[in-house]
Design a protein around this ligand. Sequence first.
Ligand code: ADP
Ligand code: MG
Length: 645
Amino acid sequence: MPESGGMAMRGEAALEAVTPERVQALLDHSWDILSLLDHEGRLIYNSPAAQHLHGFTPEEMADRNTFEFFHPEDVPKVTEVFQACLHQPGQPVRVEYRYACRDGSWIWMEAVAVNLLENPSVRAIVVNSRDISERRKAQAALQASEQFADRIIDTLPDILAVLDGQGRILKVNQAWRDFARAKGGSDVFRGGANYLEAFEQVGGLEPCQLPAMTEGLEAVLRGERHLFTFECSTLFEEGVRWFRVHLTRIQGAEPACLVASHIDITSLKAAEEQRLQLERLLHRSQKMESLGSLAGGVAHEMNNVLASILGMASMHQEIQPPGTAVHHAFSIITKASIRGGGVVRRLLDFSRQSLAEVASVDLNLLIQEEMQLLERTTLAQVSFASELDPELRPILGDATALVHVLMNLSLNAIDAMPMGGCLTLRTRNASPDWVELDVEDTGTGMSQEVMERAMDPFFTTKPVGKGTGLGLSIVYSTIKAHQGTVELQSERGHGTLVRLRLPAFPAIPPRAVSSQAPIQETGHRGLDILLVDDDELILATQAPVIECLGHRVSLARSGEQALKQLESGYRPQVVILDLNMPGLGGQGTLPRLRELQPDVPVLLATGCVDEASEALTRAFAKVKLLAKPFSMTALRQHLDGVAPQ
Ligand code: ADP
Ligand code: MG
């Protein structure tokens, strides 16, 4: 505040301007209160504005100490400023306080005071005080709205930071503070810290993600783009969490500032990963299914071809005198087609989605047998261990198929340990409903790419002649047919774990006898046989074989044709009925055939001995399975077994 009342004017002009009347007019019409106080705060003079603002008349204020009118809460603060004023003559001091009104209310005031007690012609403290209630109200409203905004961003679950135009942190929300605390560093998130540096420092960002993030942030800061989005992962005690980060400029903010929001997308990521995995599984099972039906179709065709070759060859082998070159040739053809039958059976194993023989199976028992076999046949550098749960629950399954599974897995493990190692077979009850079987080796392991394709049919990394690539496919389809799952865990150089999970089953007595009755050699001759098959090749080759065995044969190319023959009065003594034919097929023909001829023995010819075909042999009396392809000897034995006494 200037020393004297002169503002822009100087000297004579000023003296002339400030007449006592004019000074009085200034005092009378000022909206601010102009007062004079003594050294104790007693009121010497109050300008008329005091009465307008506080309501007290000059008489009521006369000789009162101004301290009587301050709000009790503000007295200490005002006292302190008053003391300072006393100690600094000529220096203005400033203070805000509430002042009493005549109606009992309080009014917010701001005062500026100057101590002129030592000035002999003034000898007072000069005070200019004014009403600031509007300003205080506006300030309070602003503060309330800021607090409200803070409460809103604190309520948001997303991690938020407001950054200035240089990328420094201006403000963070509660979620951010919690995040910083969980990462073990809160100081780096102080206001003023560089956002990216702070974020990287607590490990919220992989160093390799920093350049992309810096570039994005700068583009947003420069206003080249409005939004920058990226995803980053960070490690917490409970595991990795994924965040999607958005950097957005705040519209219209001057100077420029932006919001960084981090949305936790960990569960989203997990769901996505799960969906991908399901898709992969589905893809695999579809591929297996289509390959399975392809293999099944090929195997079925091949079976008929082999059946006719085997039939003809075995017949001629019997006819030819032993020791001749022709006899020798036919015996080779017979052997070759029997071997071909083995290959076909393996293909059928893979293609089969159902199980041949289902019974209660003790996996521990299978493993022990497998171990004995391996120990006898494998070189010494591989050692074997088993950890079998003595309480292991049985499963419902096909023991033969499961032995193949164990064999395939063990051979893979041994192949993976050319320099030696250990193969461990383990069983356990995983839950009341599941049992687990682990086959673990300490071998070479698999790369990610090999592991992804390992179960594909015909995928092999082994040299030609060694690997067929069907091992794990058969494991997969067999376990799937058991309603189980196969899981591969492997890493290059760290061995492999194959985990089979199979549904547990309450113990049931295993089926006592197979449906095939023992065959006796009785040497029946001269039977009337009806041969039903849709395949011309089979009819053309099996008919002479049957005749060669001394029987009479009648042919039918379909179930319908066979039934027509029976309806017209033909009474064969044995029917050889192909199961897999178009139209009625074996299964559709059987019931009508039984109606027409309840006692005739039926040999059901099939390349696929499974639960469905076995069920037929149980459903009808005198029905036996005849596995395709069959040699003349096998056919003779079967005919002898079923022929009427
Ligand atoms: P094959 O043994 O005839 O190659 P599989 O279907 O049994 O066919 O296995 C396919 C491929 O999976 C193998 O060639 C091999 O690369 C890989 N593999 C399977 N089991 C193991 C194992 N225990 N350790 C390492 N690699 C394995
Ligand atoms: Mg294999």
